[in-house]
Design a protein around this ligand. Structure first.
Ligand SMILES: NC(=O)c1ccc[n+]([C@@H]2O[C@H](COP(=O)([O-])OP(=O)(O)OC[C@H]3O[C@@H](n4cnc5c(N)ncnc54)[C@H](O)[C@@H]3O)[C@@H](O)[C@H]2O)c1
Length: 326
């Protein structure tokens, strides 16, 4: 691992990158907008390939170059990857619920889009590929206990299938082309700046509803448990993976801590609308009951440690309060 320092204590950060220019697909989205500034600080030139379907131009920081285009478009990929020596592939259609309603657009973006990025990476002879996968690749787990990477991959949603296909293709193409490639299975990201849609990000959806004086809706009984991981930790895990020599591996990126949707609702209601009672609605098909990360492998291979081991929502609330005042 190259130029990685531990500061403070157990939370490792990258000070200086070994790469010159990095392509970040989907870099104008939620996780990308937290990753790209870290790459710039580590000395990378950064090119973002994004079709701005959920991403926004204002999330592209000064110093990064945006190529507006679709990952499925070979020409756009070739233009964006020119001169890059590494790729972080984040671009995807990111919604379990939408993928259940319409599986074709999900697969087109996540499977064909990934293959198109991999073909460009092979042609450009990059030295490193990092793929953003998801906990949606796993079979549901009966109990809310941390699951390791060996847990069965039997997705419950088309989104999980497409993310698993992308992961498998990335490792296979990496192996066959001699490009070190690794995948991170992100668990439930939260944090400031999450793309606000009715589909993704329970914390962002609840905060927005509560700030508007609306009642949040809990799908199912609310006892489904998730591993809520701060976006800054995911961005750091991604950068640590990029700079590591880990190859041919998938690693969970989460915290290992389980929180129920009822607990999230109770905390946010207590802070933003004391006394309100959340509505209940039918469970969403394709959503897992329990999804908690065992992060032992990322700890071992990347020295990854979450800086936010428990979910805390001050910065999310602050972000949306400020956004609504604008
Ligand atoms: N947010 C989560 O909780 C979570 C959990 C697990 C995995 N992930 C994965 O992390 C990655 C980033 O997710 P995010 O939360 O930042 O989502 P996001 O929607 O905020 O970002 C995705 C970005 O990709 C872009 N994009 C989508 N389709 C594209 C296409 N065909 N061509 C070019 N650009 C395209 C969007 O405009 C957006 O900027 C995705 O691969 C997602 O599957 C996210």
């Amino acid at each position: 691992m190259c130029n990685v320092s531990a500061q403070p204590a157990s939370v490792r950060t990258v000070e200086r990158s070994r790469f010159a220019r990095v392509l970040v697909t989907g870099g104008a989205g939620f996780i990308g907008s937290h990753l790209v500034p870290k790459l710039l600080r580590a000395g990378n030139e950064v090119v973002i390939l994004d079709n701005l379907s959920t991403g926004t131009r204002d999330r592209v920081p000064a110093g990064a170059r945006l190529v507006e285009g679709d990952v499925r478009d070979a020409g756009a990929c070739a233009r964006a990857i020119e001169g890059c020596d590494a790729v972080v592939h984040l671009a995807a259609a990111v919604s379990v619920r939408k993928s259940v309603e319409e599986f074709l657009p999900d697969a087109e973006a996540n499977v064909m889009g990934t293959l198109s990025v991999l073909r460009a990476a092979r042609q450009a002879r990059v030295k490193r590929i990092v793929y953003a996968s998801s906990m949606a690749v796993y079979a549901d787990s009966e109990r809310p206990v941390p699951i390791p990477e060996t847990h069965p991959t039997r997705p419950d949603s088309p989104y999980g299938v497409s993310k698993l296909a992308g992961e498998l293709y990335t490792l296979l193409v990496g192996r066959d082309c001699g490009i070190p490639a690794a995948a991170l299975r992100y668990f439930n990201a939260y944090g400031p700046g999450q793309t606000f849609t009715p589909y993704v990000g329970v914390v962002t959806i609840f905060v927005n509803k509560l700030l508007r004086g609306e009642t949040p809706v809990i799908f199912g009984d609310g006892e489904q448990r998730r591993d809520f991981v701060h976006v800054d930790d995911l961005a750091r895990a991604t950068q640590l993976t990029l700079e590591s020599d880990v190859s041919g591996e998938v690693m969970n990126a989460g915290t290992g801590h389980a929180t129920s949707v009822n607990e999230i609702a109770a905390e946010l209601i207590a802070r933003l609308a004391p006394g309100m009672i959340a509505q209940k609605a039918g469970a969403v098909p394709g959503e897992l009951r329990n999804s908690i990360a065992d992060i032992g492998k990322a700890r071992k291979l990347l020295s990854y440690e979450p800086a936010h081991p428990r979910p805390r929502f001050d910065d999310v609330i602050g972000y949306w309060r400020a956004a609504k005042r604008m």
